[in-house]
Write a protein that binds this ligand. Structure first.
Ligand SMILES: [Zn+2]
Length: 429
């Protein structure tokens, strides 16, 4: 089971200065920053997925700047991402269209021919047919046939299959080095199974399952089970945008060949709790909450409070400094845990105080948050990790503050997840 990291330009400055919270002088983002596979000693994934929607083009801008876009088209994906095959042997370079980015358009902005051209120019090893998202998934007990669904859903289903037909033929010009994937979209397990049958009869032997991001794991399992009943065992399956990465056993049960996700990286700064990943004694993933010490001068909440006069900015900066100093001193062994937590919580309270209406609710909220942070600091998980982020950054890896630090924690999470997955793959079911 192979894990592809879906890139959305997540690079870090390898020489970022944690104490001064500064980038290195004269840094140029694309040239000097590093991707996770460059920063760590070993790539924390088995391949990269690049979406056309993220790269963008003149008509539909993505996340790439115009200069990056031109460079990507000129150099190809591997050179642009500095992910050469000789350095990362056997790695996959997969493309898809990024259907989420054009979900509101009546039709996909991409056709089979220009998508094949995009994959060809980019030097992709694998590429998905241009699909159109279907959101409205049947609940348990509801069974809609194609006659029951709205015109919009039917249109999305049909254009996805029509594009797949054209894409399969057009992809032949990329030769045997390139593997086309037919994308499955549907509103139910049965409609997806039917789409899969159609794709197999077009000639596809590798299918990508789309539209599962909002689905619960029980629904995803129903889909996988229906697909496996509908298609030959040797047809490979890829799960697009699989965020429920604790559910690897389900993927193995239904013989899923590959999946892509950004989840380990994103949860480092988007999840309320599961920011820093670790593994417990029995090898399962476990999680810590990162300690929030935002920059007083940059934080919107604080700026707002300063403007309305409820918090003095100078005072906030002193609390911020004390919190950083407390955590660092504790991590180095000079200070104790309690004073570090006191300082962190003083700053936290100044930031979040007025969101709780009563004095007792406030005290409860502080006590709750303090316990969560005590767990993170008390366990010192950064000392048990051998990845470069933790080796070089130490406790900085668990401090929630500035994008460079937060993305680094995401790269650490990728490392932990990939290690976990590697062991899972060796473990017989
Ligand atoms: Zn680490």
């Amino acid at each position: 089971m192979r894990f592809l990291f879906s890139d959305s330009v997540d690079t870090i400055d390898p020489e970022y200065d944690f104490l001064g919270d500064r980038h290195r002088l004269g840094r140029t983002v694309h040239r000097d920053d590093e991707y996770p596979h460059e920063f760590l000693e070993a790539a924390p994934y088995d391949g990269i997925l690049v979406s056309r929607g993220i790269v963008g083009d003149v008509r539909h801008p993505g996340k790439y700047s115009e200069a990056q876009l031109m460079r990507f088209r000129r150099e190809g994906a591997r050179r642009f991402l500095r992910y050469p095959l000789d350095k990362f042997p056997g790695s996959m370079m997969m493309g898809d269209c990024g259907a989420f980015s054009y979900r509101n358009l009546p039709e996909p902005p991409y056709r089979a021919d220009d998508t094949v051209e995009f994959y060809g120019d980019g030097g992709f090893t694998h590429g998905c047919s241009p699909d159109h998202l279907i959101f409205d998934f049947d609940d348990m007990g509801v069974l809609r046939t194609i006659a029951d669904v709205s015109d919009d859903i039917r249109g999305r289903y049909e254009v996805t299959l029509q594009n797949a037909t054209e894409f399969f033929t057009a992809a032949k010009r990329l030769g045997r080095e390139f593997t086309p994937l037919g994308v499955i979209q549907g509103w139910s397990d049965l409609s997806m199974a039917q789409a899969a049958r159609n794709l197999v009869s077009m000639g596809y032997d590798y299918l990508a399952i789309g539209g599962t991001v909002p689905l619960r794991i029980a629904q995803i399992r129903r889909v996988l089970s229906a697909l496996r009943d509908a298609i030959p065992r040797e047809v490979r399956l890829h799960l697009l945008g699989f965020g429920k990465i604790e559910e690897l056993a389900s993927l193995r049960e239904f013989n899923v060949t590959s999946f892509d996700t950004t989840s380990p990286l994103l949860r480092a700064f988007k999840d309320a709790r599961k920011n820093y990943w670790a593994r417990n004694a029995s090898g399962e993933l476990s999680y810590y909450t990162a300690i929030r010490i935002p920059q007083a001068t940059q934080n919107n909440k604080l700026k707002h409070k300063a403007l309305e006069g409820s918090l003095n900015q100078e005072h906030a900066r002193r609390l911020e400094d004390a919190a950083l100093e407390g955590v660092r001193s504790y991590a180095s062994g000079q200070g104790k845990l309690d004073p570090a937590l006191d300082a962190v919580m003083d700053y936290w309270a100044a930031l979040n105080w007025d969101e709780e209406p009563s004095q007792s609710r406030r005290a409860d909220a502080v006590a709750r948050q303090r316990r969560i942070y005590a767990q993170t600091l008390g366990d010192r998980p950064w000392e048990r990790c051998d990845c470069r982020v933790c080796r070089e950054g130490g406790v900085e890896a668990v401090i929630f503050r500035t994008s460079n630090r937060n993305k680094r924690r995401g790269i650490h999470n990728l490392h932990v997840f990939h290690t976990h997955l590697s062991e899972f793959r060796q473990d017989p079911p």
